[in-house]
Write a protein that binds this ligand. Structure first.
Ligand code: UDP
Length: 322
């Protein structure tokens, strides 16, 4: 990102958003981090708040966005993102994807900013094509429990494309696949922090179904680099941002258990409804258009995440009254 540009990051206090804010500040941008804190945490950006180029605004994108001054780029990440949260907040999730996205697009239109929508591999649903190329339209159950997230993001993509066509807003769409790394919320049920905490505690690792479903995990700084490159390009997207390193959930459990040095057993628990069987991006577009591909090897990234969770849990224990 060019130094001196003013960038708005909605959802900037979330896991991915807080890494993005750090990266943009390091590039020399001025960053306005806008977050409702419904699932984001002020602690994720606490050490940025003393930096001169950083402003935190507590606001919900579902309300009209009152922000003065010029804006060059908007990264729209605001949304709950983990199944645990969107199943708990179904109507709010739909509203953020629809009303919220429209408000953020209005901000981009008003300011003439480039707009990047953080969409998701979930738009492919339980895919019938593998790996998933951007040309695939997806296989989503429109009334299943996950649909509140999947369809919210599909609606957000449709709105983004319509603002480009009808209002001339300079938009792009990133379809982000599973991302992991330090600062993931430890309590939102996502597979990497769940397995790491279970392995560290010597508890059984809760593998859903028979564990043969696959995910492709991308290190958070690689994902962020893909987003920044896409925003800096002239592509209208959608562009898949994800790792091609596909692994089964059972393999992931045994890898994490080994990296932790744990003797935890594996517990097979019921598979959530509509849990996608397969997920792996085709990243030909990202490689060709953006010169981007993930760089972090999976085991190295998982080890760094294990170290962070260990440290984090230790810090939490230290804070508890004796
Ligand atoms: N999963 C699991 N055990 C857990 C948490 C998740 O086996 O304790 C599985 C989940 O059913 C899915 C995969 O891991 O197949 C990834 O789940 P996550 O919630 O991280 O993200 P998703 O890709 O489903 O959005």
């Amino acid at each position: 990102m060019r130094a001196g540009v003013r960038v708005v990051v909605t959802g900037g206090a979330g896991f991915l958003g807080s890494w993005l804010c750090r990266r943009l500040l390091a590039d020399g941008a001025d960053v306005v981090c806008l977050d409702s804190l419904v699932t984001g945490a002020r602690a994720n950006v606490a050490e940025l708040e003393s930096q001169p180029g950083f402003t935190f605004v507590e606001a919900d994108v579902c309300d009209p966005i009152a922000l003065d001054g010029p804006v060059d780029v908007v990264f729209h990440l605001a949304s709950v993102a983990s199944p645990v949260h969107y199943l708990r907040l179904p109507l709010e999730t739909l509203r953020t994807g629809s009303v919220g996205t429209t408000n953020v697009l209005d901000l981009a239109e008003r300011t003439g900013a480039r707009f990047l929508l953080a969409s998701t591999s979930e738009v492919y649903g339980d895919p019938l094509e593998h790996p998933q190329h951007e040309s695939y339209w997806g296989n989503v159950n429109p009334i299943g429990p996950r649909s509140v997230y999947d369809e919210a993001k599909r609606f957000a993509e449709a709105t983004t494309a319509a603002y480009r066509r009808c209002r001339g807003v300079d938009t792009t769409i990133a379809r982000i696949f599973n991302t992991y790394g330090p600062r993931m919320a430890l309590d939102d049920g996502r597979v990497v922090p769940a397995f790491v905490q279970q392995a560290l505690a010597g508890q059984p690792l809760t593998v859903a179904g028979d564990g043969t479903q696959t995910r492709s995990l991308c290190w958070v700084e690689d994902t962020v680099d893909g987003l920044v490159r896409l925003a800096a390009s002239s592509s209208s997207g959608p562009v898949n941002i994800g790792a091609e390193d596909e692994t089964t959930v059972l393999e992931l459990a045994t890898t994490i258990r080994r990296l932790v040095g744990s003797t935890s057993s594996i517990d097979f628990v019921p598979l959530p409804q509509d849990d996608p069987r397969l997920r792996c991006p085709d990243i030909t577009e990202a490689m060709g258009l953006l010169g981007w591909a993930p760089r972090m090897p999976l085991e190295q990234g998982l080890s760094a995440t294990v170290d962070w969770v260990r440290e984090r849990l230790g810090a939490d224990l230290d804070r508890q009254p004796a």
